[in-house]
Ligand binder design. Structure first.
Ligand code: PGA
Length: 261
């Protein structure tokens, strides 16, 4: 069984004060959500937001973590620093970090292993560019990101994978539900080959890229899609709650792994 996970990625938005206000508005709106609800906030918002989410069903996430436990890495944040505030999840290798901050599969791998070691749950982002999709390279690109970025993970089901086609991020263009489902199916199959089939059935794989209140139900109805990583639509409490409540009434429930079907 895979418990769906809807995570907001605030990116570089919301001061600590604005973040707390957003979470306060969000709490009553998502309290009955039939999935795991997460907000991944800017590092400086973490102390205030960690207080604000206390006692609620909203888990706290960060947007990056360094691989060294401490030392001369100006501007970076260690896993221990995140742990002190009860951070549970950490986004690693978002395409914006790969594009603007020199993140590579190698650094993604180091950060992921360090996060796991420290007891954090990495949300590892992978995805192809428009050019790669149009030239038929999607599967090769994803397979490389999995093999190199996730190398050395003993149990792949300990992480969350976010499939985010770069061309769908912040553009208003979503992959169709079928496209996303097919690609996530490929990611799961690759995880089965590279790691182990049992862990691949258990690993939660999110879709990300212009997911919103209007398209979330269709995406979440797909058997391979276990959640969403939401950028723009996570900045408004109402919009984000609509996504987190995609399964109001509990019709969709847990995603069954193939073994149990
Ligand atoms: P978006 O961003 O929902 O604004 O497209 C998703 C992401 O980058 O995680």
């Amino acid at each position: 069984m895979r418990k769906p996970i809807i995570a907001g990625n605030w990116k570089m938005n919301n001061t600590a004060r604005a973040g707390v206000a957003l979470v306060e508005e969000l709490k009553p709106l998502v309290k009955n959500a039939n999935c795991e609800v997460v907000v991944c906030v800017p590092a400086i918002d973490i102390p205030a937001v960690s207080e604000a989410v206390k006692g609620s069903n909203i888990a706290l996430g960060a947007q990056n973590v360094h691989f060294a436990p401490k030392g001369a890495y100006t501007g970076e944040i260690s896993a221990e620093m995140l742990n002190e505030y009860g951070v549970k999840y950490v986004i690693i290798g978002h395409s914006e970090r790969r594009q603007y901050f020199g993140e590579t599969d190698e650094t993604v791998n180091k950060r992921t292993l360090a996060a796991l070691e420290a007891g954090l749950i990495p949300i590892v982002c992978i995805g192809e560019s428009l050019e790669e999709r149009e030239t038929g390279k999607t599967e090769a690109v994803l397979a490389k990101q999995i093999k190199e970025g996730m190398k050395g993970i003993d149990d792949i089901s300990k992480i969350v994978i976010a499939y985010e086609p770069v061309w769908a991020i912040g553009t208003g263009k979503t992959a169709t539900a079928e496209q996303a489902n097919e690609t996530i199916g490929f990611i799961r199959k690759t995880c089965a080959e590279v790691f182990c089939p049992k862990c691949a059935e258990k690993v939660r794989i999110q879709y990300g890229g212009s997911m919103n209140a209007g398209n979330c139900k269709q995406l979440m109805a797909m058997p391979e899609i276990d959640g969403g990583l939401i950028g723009g639509a996570s900045l408004k409490a109402h919009d984000f709650s609509e996504i987190a409540n995609y399964d109001k009434g509990g019709m969709a429930g847990m995603k069954l792994s193939k073994e149990l079907l």
